[in-house]
Ligand binder design. Structure first.
Ligand SMILES: Nc1ncnc2c1ncn2[C@@H]1O[C@H](COP(=O)(O)OP(=O)(O)O)[C@@H](O)[C@H]1O
Ligand SMILES: [Mg+2]
Length: 267
């Protein structure tokens, strides 16, 4: 049975990376640290507005790839195409403790109405009431919301998320999933979400990639309608991805907190 097509609340993005000029394109990309070849001839395309999740074992090179796409790592002489405007959110919010929340969001912004733009971004992430707070007074979830506001205020063509929810408790993580989807629908950047959480990847992304031995070793296109329920199709994708990751899938997810962007929690 064919999966139902997702209803999009924003202009439809072509599902094929071939028909649209990609936002991100790497061809035969290689990154070595001394003798250690971390990325080894990797090809990757991400369409404008596409939400891609990247899974892979610890040390498989996910952060290295993300840093390359962010322009934080050397890609000299290599075939790497990205949008000009990129923004990154890391696992920790990396806020400057001596600057108020709104100034952290406005950091490096040029032009007029900087405070108003920071305020609008903070309102979007539900922090309109914390503009003048000090970062040290924020909860972990609020700090990550601030980091998201700081990323989005730049209107990036590519939003890079490196395990941004990994340090949050499960319920806060669920709320962040909803928020990220809402922001993605509103702003429509291409997204690369690095995560070690297979359920998070399936819940959020259009396409899930598995990085192994320096290349994209597997790919799953997720055509399930959002918000995504943990139904049989979801579980089948989950089993396949866990297989690609070399993890045997349990028969059922007993004792495991599974996060869905509906706010639904399955124990
Ligand atoms: N600046 C660096 N210098 C040397 N080795 C590095 C550097 N950055 C990453 N590595 C190595 O590259 C490999 C991949 O790291 P990383 O991209 O952080 O993996 P992941 O994010 O998938 O856990 C690891 O073996 C790591 O030790
Ligand atoms: Mg990493």
């Amino acid at each position: 049975m064919a999966a139902p097509q997702p209803r999009l609340r924003r202009p439809a993005v072509s599902r094929s990376t071939q028909t649209v000029e990609p936002a991100v394109k790497l061809v035969n990309f290689v990154r070595r640290f001394g003798d250690n070849t971390v990325i080894d001839g990797l090809d990757l395309s991400i369409a404008p507005g596409e939400f891609v999740a990247l899974l892979g074992a610890s040390g498989s090179g996910k952060t290295t790839l993300l840093r390359t796409l962010a322009g934080l790592d050397s890609a000299a002489g290599q075939d790497v195409k990205t949008p000009d405007t990129r923004a990154v959110v890391f696992q920790d919010a990396r806020l400057l403790p001596w600057k108020k929340v709104w100034r952290n969001v406005a950091l490096g912004l040029g032009g007029k109405d900087v405070r108003a733009r920071a305020e609008a971004a903070l309102k979007e992430v539900g922090l309109g009431h914390r503009l003048d707070a000090w970062p040290g007074t924020l909860s972990g979830g609020e700090a990550q919301r601030t980091a998201l506001a700081r990323a989005l205020v730049r209107e990036p063509g590519l939003l890079l998320l490196d395990e941004p929810f990994a340090a949050l408790d499960a319920l806060t993580r669920l709320k962040m999933h909803d928020l990220v989807l809402a922001l993605w629908r509103e702003h429509a950047p291409a997204v690369l979400l690095v995560t070690h959480d297979v359920d998070e990847a399936i819940a959020l992304a259009d396409r899930v990639l598995v990085l192994d031995k320096g290349r994209i070793a597997a790919e799953e296109r997720i055509e399930l309608e959002r918000p995504r329920a943990p139904d049989a199709r979801f579980q089948a994708i989950r089993r396949r991805l866990l297989g690609h990751l070399g993890v045997e899938a349990p028969a059922h997810s007993e004792g495991h907190l599974v996060a869905f962007p509906t706010g639904e929690v399955v124990l």
